[in-house]
Unconditional design. Structure first.
Length: 371
């Protein structure tokens, strides 16, 4: 097969982290835009990216982009795309997407036009009028932004944050892909002692263990494109075996979590077992007011925050306690993500560096202390 253009969306603020990850995979012609990295590869790259990328939200095959000021332009643009290179005569190809700041703003109408164009294109190639759509799923996705329509095929299925280890979570979990980005920015290595004083469901600790041992985050799950005819099963087997062979064993890395809630402690332990890293992760009961921040450790934290006034006041009091107990320095670096704009005031120390991130739809800052 010819070179395939692939695209991975990511959390806003993690573009540089994902670009570095993609570069390590051997991808070519990498381009960066807000919340998205695109690159060239082959069918093996589809499998490799799905298994290995820690901060990508999913892996898409980008079929093409074109101006769509009218439904006719939308129809003709989709009909010109090489859909038959990926979609077989029995495959399913539902359509979903969204439109923003564009003349074509009705998503249901756009879905209908794109489906018709896809049926007409594939029908002309296969010489058929009706499609069974009983075969492998090929989810067509479209984004129309400022009158430019981009059409892609989703190779991942469930979002890549679904690692397979966190079937349960606490009330305010951090997304696995965002946690992996924070771990990367914290420069976690094979000899790091990682601490989370409010560990919740243990996501930061588990992603830290994955990073330290070079464990590909997608090894415990499946992907939609595993059922595609264009990618031989041996490609998936080879990429998985290669990823498994590169896991670093015998690291001295340790991840230690604390939480005031016994259910969170149990949840972290359970999730670490599911993730296969329980030998490196431990969780204990502990209150932030009793926390001792030891030299040689790296602390990461997603503290609770309040949306209502009473909760907000409680959160601000918590930030004061964190500042007293964490007392970050060069020997005790600390990374804290929160949406509270005055966090530094309550924490009592200005961050050495800040990075804007989004936790879902919530605009946050990652406060980084390393001096």
């Amino acid at each position: 097969m010819d070179t395939i253009r692939l695209c991975c969306p990511c959390h806003f603020g993690l573009e540089s982290v994902l670009k570095y990850e993609i570069g390590k995979l051997g991808a070519e012609n990498i381009t960066v835009s807000d919340g998205k990295i695109c690159f060239d590869g082959d069918e093996a790259m589809i499998a490799r990216a799905n298994y290995r990328l820690a901060t990508a939200e999913r892996v898409l095959v980008e079929l093409g982009s074109f101006t769509a000021l009218s439904f006719e332009e939308l129809y003709q643009g989709v009909r010109s795309l090489p859909l038959e290179h990926f979609i077989g005569r029995k495959d399913a190809f539902p359509v979903k997407g969204h439109s923003l700041d564009s003349r074509l703003h009705s998503v249901p109408d756009c879905q209908r036009i794109i489906k018709k164009a896809a049926v007409d294109r594939l029908g002309s190639k296969y010489g058929i009028e009706r499609f069974e759509e009983t075969g492998a799923l090929h989810q067509l996705q479209f984004v129309i932004r400022k009158d430019i329509c981009t059409v892609s095929l989703d190779t991942s299925g469930q979002g890549l944050h679904k690692r397979g280890y966190r079937r349960n979570s606490n009330d305010a979990p951090i997304k696995e892909t965002l946690a992996a980005g924070i771990i990367d920015l914290a420069r976690v290595r094979a000899d790091t002692v990682l601490v989370d004083p409010m560990c919740g469901s243990g996501t930061l600790l588990i992603e830290g263990a994955y990073k330290a041992a070079n464990i590909a985050p997608g090894l415990r799950r499946h992907f939609t494109a595993e059922n595609w005819d264009i990618i031989p099963q041996e490609v998936w087997r080879e990429e998985k075996e290669k990823a498994l062979s590169e896991v670093v064993k015998g690291t001295v890395f340790r991840a230690i979590g604390y939480d005031i809630d016994p259910e969170a402690v149990a949840l972290t332990t359970d999730n670490a077992k599911k993730a296969g890293v329980i030998a490196k992760v431990s969780a204990n009961m502990g209150d932030i007011k009793d926390f001792i921040h030891r030299d040689g450790t790296v602390t990461v934290c997603n503290p609770p925050y309040g949306e209502r006034m009473l909760e907000l006041k409680q959160a601000e009091q918590l930030y004061r306690q964190m500042g007293e107990r964490l007392s970050p320095s060069k020997d005790r670096p600390c990374l804290i993500i929160t949406p509270h704009e005055d966090f530094e005031t309550f924490f009592g120390k200005k961050a050495d560096k800040k990075r804007k991130l989004y936790n879902g739809m919530i605009k946050c800052d990652l406060y980084m202390y390393f001096k």
